[in-house]
Design a protein around this ligand. Structure first.
Ligand SMILES: Cc1cc2nc3c(=O)[nH]c(=O)nc-3n(C[C@H](O)[C@H](O)[C@H](O)COP(=O)(O)O)c2cc1C
Length: 192
């Protein structure tokens, strides 16, 4: 295959955006960092997170039928990392962040995140080790300083990403060009 080498099939897309998932677990806010996340539907807007079945968060999402997905800025990388080393089953993680409650679902969100999406659980897909929770985004919020023109700006959100299996965090880099713009650079009419 074009001179490519075989690598371990336990492979990952690069980079993986880091998010902070929040859920109400028995009346207490709980948070966990998640790298396996994706937008999965256009209208209505839906997002999915793939969470290993053993985590404390799963029970909270299942019982409250809601969760939040926040984008933490790189400035709180250590706090978010710590949140992924301890479990809400044995430690109260509700005080690690300023808890803000979603207006539509009551899902807890971390006020320190640049962007927050509150989601109503619409479907749970049970894979061998992971639950995929698919949520409809019913409310979205952002730190105003991240939205100079009223829209989120990646340079101000300061998201960070993960690579596996080396387990490292990366800041986002340079603007690499406009999207949906290849027709122009190929000399084609934009609407062909
Ligand atoms: C960088 C990083 C990325 C992670 N990504 C995921 C993930 O995508 N899915 C998952 O199930 N767990 C992931 N985890 C593990 C959970 O965040 C961790 O086990 C957490 O303590 C679970 O919290 P809980 O038991 O309170 O639910 C990740 C942890 C870290 C540090």
């Amino acid at each position: 295959m074009m001179g490519q080498i075989r690598i371990d099939r336990n492979a990952f897309p690069y980079p993986m955006p880091m998010v902070l998932v929040g859920a109400d677990a028995g009346g207490r806010a709980n948070f966990m960092p998640v790298a396996w996340v994706s937008r999965v539907n256009f209208k209505p807007p839906m997002i999915a997170v793939a969470i290993s079945r053993g985590h404390f968060t799963n029970g909270g999402i299942r019982s409250s039928r809601a969760f939040s997905v926040g984008i933490p800025p790189v400035s709180i990388i250590d706090r978010v990392d710590y949140c992924g080393i301890i479990s809400g089953s044995s430690t109260d993680k509700s005080r690690l962040f300023t808890v803000v409650t979603g207006e539509e679902t009551g899902a807890p969100m971390a006020g320190e995140c640049s962007v927050n999406m509150e989601c109503r659980l619409v479907q749970t897909v049970e894979l061998p080790t992971n639950d995929i929770f698919i949520g409809e985004i019913v409310g979205a919020y952002a730190d105003p300083s991240c939205c100079p023109d009223g829209r989120p700006d990646i340079t101000r959100i300061r998201p960070y990403t993960l690579t596996m299996p080396d387990n490292r965090y990366w800041e986002t880099g340079q603007d690499a060009g406009r999207a949906w713009d290849a027709r122009r650079s190929q000399g084609l009419h934009p609407h062909v």
